[in-house]
Write a protein that binds this ligand. Structure first.
Ligand code: FE
Ligand code: CA
Length: 528
């Protein structure tokens, strides 16, 4: 990380110190690094406007020896020009990682440059850490100090941890409600959070039922539009809190660009008339804004309209997490999942390179559990002549993955998904057309954090429906807003479906509406 001199472009500061900055100054006094002088330095010497850390901090993609820490300087994150209220100069941001919350035992520190062309975001891939450890981190810009983040490295390769706590989240349209699901998730203290897509939506439907701030933007098309919309979701304090409390591993679905897109093809009507060339230009802006706001490594930095989002994390010998990209490489959707086209083996969901990369590891991985963390439901769902945005529209491609799983029936195959704004759990059959065929794995589909919620008549949002006898492999379905949390051991994988009482108010209780477990030895879901 290159060290740089203080920028000469010093702007007059604001005399009144914000609460955030005052809190930061208090943290500085506690630190051992001679920070009392920094805390008392006149703010007019500060090149960064007050409240620069309004979007908080995040960490992500933990490995055994490293983790990415992130922040973005954005004192005015909803400014429609997409600058976040920052002057154009680059700003050196000091960062430090410590073993303790008071930063008495700092183990790594450095300086990263926050550049205007990256929306003044900072991504530091902090290496040289110890496996299976909790760390604390923070950033400084001028005399401002960020909130403190907490993260965790993965266990050492070859070790078998006794337990692992991981949660999934998806679909959080800002105007559909408050992020009370994250308020509840925070209390669960997950080791890792997997975000499976629709982190924000490229358009909203007005202020929504809870009166959230409705931006004077239509659908996102420019870089500034995307930056403002994704920054807006981080104005929710519960989302900032969970990012500061646990590392995330994120993958996008469609709405981070445009609803139901496939490769270079936008959904008919949305982005109407866009040619593949025009849509690729739009994707480049969307992916750039996504990378700017997420704790992702340099390998995930987009190159124009392409971004490498599929990647793999391992949690010792306990689990492999394959984060998939089901958007960039897929064949276009079929109009009807029952059409012969849906069975066409030429059609792909992952693209050939990603599919080879995945199948190769499914056949050779030595971890107890092998996870597909991805976007859309994988298991066969009732056939209602619907368009095929899910895996039902890519049956041959799904069959190839099921065949790989069937070759290793004791490899703990777990598929995670979101997208449909309701809860599901299903056994994965080697052949869904043959109900007596073996169960080769299980799937947990998590409901939305807010999307499709916030409707007054939707309360209480704890309704649970019995399984559909027409779909015997589906073991649970339910409504409501929330998330799923997993307690994983070498022998068993337990899912707790957590539903919040409301998204209509900023805080809520939460309850577990279903618990399902599968065993490593015998794949298949049972309640309890
Ligand atoms: Fe969604
Ligand atoms: Ca979606």
């Amino acid at each position: 990380m290159a060290h740089t001199d203080e920028p000469s472009d010093r702007r007059p500061g604001v005399a009144r110190r914000s609460l955030l900055q005052a809190a930061g100054a208090a943290a500085l006094v506690l630190s051992p690094a001679g920070a009392a002088t920094a805390a008392t330095r006149p703010s007019r010497r500060d090149p960064v406007p007050d409240g620069a850390f309004a979007l908080g901090v995040a960490s992500g993609d933990p490995l055994a020896d490293r983790v990415v820490i992130w922040t973005r300087l954005a004192p005015d994150p909803l400014r429609l020009d997409g600058t976040g209220g920052m002057p154009p100069a680059a700003v050196p941001v000091r960062w430090e990682v410590a073993e303790d919350e008071r930063f008495g035992r700092t183990v790594r520190r450095g300086v990263a440059l926050a550049r205007a062309e990256d929306a003044h975001s900072v991504h530091v891939d902090v290496a040289g850490l110890r496996p299976g450890r909790v760390y604390f981190y923070r950033f400084r810009a001028g005399d401002q100090v960020s909130p403190t983040g907490r993260t965790r490295t993965a266990p050492a390769p070859g070790t078998l941890p006794a337990s692992w706590s991981v949660a999934i989240a998806s679909c959080q349209r800002f105007t559909d409600g408050y992020y009370t699901a994250y308020e509840a998730m925070l209390r669960d203290e997950p080791d890792l959070v997997l975000h499976l897509g629709d982190y924000f939506y490229e358009k909203d439907n007005g202020p929504g039922p809870v009166g959230r701030q409705h931006l004077p933007l239509g659908e996102c098309f420019s870089l500034a539009d995307y930056r403002v919309r994704i920054a807006q979701v981080r104005t929710d304090p519960h989302l900032r809190a969970i990012h500061a409390a646990a590392p995330f591993a994120v993958t996008f679905d469609d709405h981070e660009v445009s609803g139901n897109y496939a490769g270079d093809i936008p959904e008919t009507g949305a982005g109407a008339g866009a040619s593949p060339e025009e849509f690729r230009a739009r994707k480049a802006l969307a992916y750039k804004s996504y990378w700017e706001h997420m704790p992702l490594r340099a390998a995930q930095r987009p190159r124009g309209p392409e971004i490498l989002m599929y990647r793999r994390l391992r949690w010792g010998r306990l689990a492999t997490v394959n984060l998939l990209d089901t958007r960039q490489y897929r064949s276009d959707q079929v109009a009807d999942v029952e059409s012969p086209e849906a069975y066409d083996p030429e059609r792909t969901m992952l693209g050939s390179a990603q599919e080879r990369w995945l199948v190769g590891d499914l056949l050779t991985s030595r971890t107890r559990w092998n996870v597909l963390a991805q976007q859309v439901p994988f298991f066969e769902t009732p056939r209602v002549g619907t368009p095929g945005d899910k895996w039902d529209g890519y049956r041959a491609a799904r069959g190839r993955l099921l065949a790989a799983m069937a070759r290793r029936p004791h490899a703990g195959h777990v598929v995670l998904s979101g997208d449909i704004h309701s809860n599901r759990a299903a056994d994965l059959k080697a052949d869904f057309d043959a109900p007596s065929s073996p169960t080769v794995g299980v799937e947990f589909t998590g409901t939305s954090i807010t999307s499709s919620g916030g409707v007054v008549g939707d309360e209480p949002v704890t309704a649970v429906y019995d399984p559909d006898p027409a779909v015997p492999h589906m073991r649970f379905r339910g409504t409501g807003r929330g998330y799923v949390t997993f307690a994983v051991t070498p022998e068993s994988w337990r899912a707790d479906y957590r539903i919040v009482g409301t998204v209509l108010r900023p805080t809520s209780s939460a309850s577990t509406v279903a618990t399902l477990t599968t065993s490593h030895e015998r794949p298949g879901l049972r309640h309890g």
